[in-house]
Design a protein around this ligand. Structure first.
Ligand code: PMP
Length: 395
């Protein structure tokens, strides 16, 4: 879980970087050109800090679909989805999503965060216990708190502790295990095969957040549950359009009873505006594109990932336990992490600096987001610069 920011920590770290002009945060993006961005501080940076894993945010078919949807429906809808804000394209997106898995109901939310708040607070109440992996996304903890259920956590991917919590709470009405499929700061997977077996043994429900894995992982590109072949045992899948799909929005795949409850009762659905037509148009185009060339895009992503991880590990760089297109380069100390991120930018490469309080103190890392759009030459450029940075900054 992202640790809540404490004012004192922000004073010590973030303000000091701001004063010294070294803060890498909130870069103003002036322009995007393929895999490159120009910011207010740097020209033509090779983008390796994004979650645009399939490179779709720059795809002409998404741009055209967004423009067409705006021409047809305008820049906004008339109201909340419940009343008059659900267009034919929102409906088409939900139909497409609902045909993907054995969970027959799909609901579109304005964001992945809104989707997590809705599904968790609808599924759990004060009679239940929610058991979260400690490194789950903050929106999972927010939804858990909102539900009023008792909350317990287990150390990251520690199945022994998960089992002991499940057995400790056998008296509760429901035991609900919630995990990220692919962990966004570490790059590793939840062991959903083991989690599914434990859920069956202890009659627990499972919600999996596939924000970083939907579209990119698994034989059908449906995420980590798909990778482990346990998708049909999961009670709800949460996803976002803001990563591999190159758009914005969130969704929940679930069973019809819960769907009905969410549509009529979940405040983040009923009382927050649905996605704007242009955004849903792009999402629909993205889902269509995945049907025709998702496999090919995932193959390119996998080969770029294998190249980068293989070569960096060979060079002795600590990439934690990553097994995905999210590659954390562990630098550790916060100031050093920021120095390395700035040095990389000065040398033409953008990476995302993750430091406390978003990751535990002294585990600062550069989060590399590999995409299928990157060329081999661009991956080679990243590899050689990271090796040079490691030698120069000793991490
Ligand atoms: N879940 C996870 C695991 C995420 O990483 C994120 C976004 N960082 C979200 C949910 C929220 O998604 P969105 O940006 O669509 O609100």
């Amino acid at each position: 879980m992202a640790v809540q920011a404490k004012a004192s920590a922000l004073d010590e770290l973030y303000s000091e970087w701001e004063r010294g002009g070294t803060s890498p945060f909130f870069p103003v993006i002036e322009a995007n050109h393929g895999s490159f961005v120009t910011t207010d501080r740097h020209e033509q940076l090779l983008m390796f800090g994004s979650c645009d894993y399939l490179g779709l945010s720059q795809d002409p078919s998404l741009k055209e679909a967004a423009i067409k949807a705006i021409e047809e429906f305008g820049t906004n809808t008339y109201g909340a989805q419940l009343l008059c804000g659900h267009t034919r394209i929102h409906h088409e997106v939900e139909s497409k999503l609902s045909s993907l898995t054995s969970l027959p109901s799909a609901i579109l939310f304005p964001s992945g965060m809104a989707a997590n708040l809705a599904v968790i607070s609808a599924m759990a109440s004060s009679e239940d216990v929610i058991i979260n992996d400690r490194t789950d996304h903050v929106s999972i903890f927010m939804g858990s708190q909102l539900s009023g259920a008792e909350m317990r956590t287990f150390p990251h991917n520690n199945m022994k502790k998960l089992e002991s919590l499940l057995s400790q709470y056998e008296g509760k009405r429901r035991r609900i295990i919630i995990v990220d499929g692919l962990y966004s700061a570490d790059g590793d997977f939840a062991p959903l095969d083991e989690i599914a077996a434990l859920a069956a043994a202890y009659d627990a429900k499972v919600i999996v957040d596939e924000a970083h894995s939907f579209g990119t992982v698994g034989p059908n590109g449906l995420g980590v549950a798909d990778h482990f072949g346990v998708l049909d045992t999961v009670d709800a899948v949460v996803g976002t359009m803001s990563k591999a799909l190159g758009s914005v929005g969130g969704f929940v795949l679930t069973k019809p009873v819960l769907e009905r409850e969410l549509r009529y009762m979940a405040p983040s659905y009923t009382s927050s505006r649905g996605s704007a037509p242009g955004v849903v148009g792009a999402t629909l185009a993205s889902l269509t594109l995945l049907e025709t060339c998702g496999g090919e895009l995932r193959e390119r992503l996998a080969s770029n990932t294998a190249l980068v991880i293989g070569r960096l590990r060979e060079a002795g760089i600590d990439l934690m336990k990553t097994r995905s297109h999210i590659v954390p380069v562990l630098v550790r100390e916060e100031n050093k992490t920021i120095q390395v991120a700035n040095w990389l930018m000065e040398h033409g490469v953008f990476t995302a600096a993750f430091v406390y309080p978003h990751v535990p103190s002294n585990t600062g890392r550069l989060r590399i987001g590999i995409t299928s759009r990157h060329t081999t030459a661009e991956c080679e450029r990243l590899i050689s610069l990271l090796i040079e940075a490691r030698d120069r900054f000793s991490f």
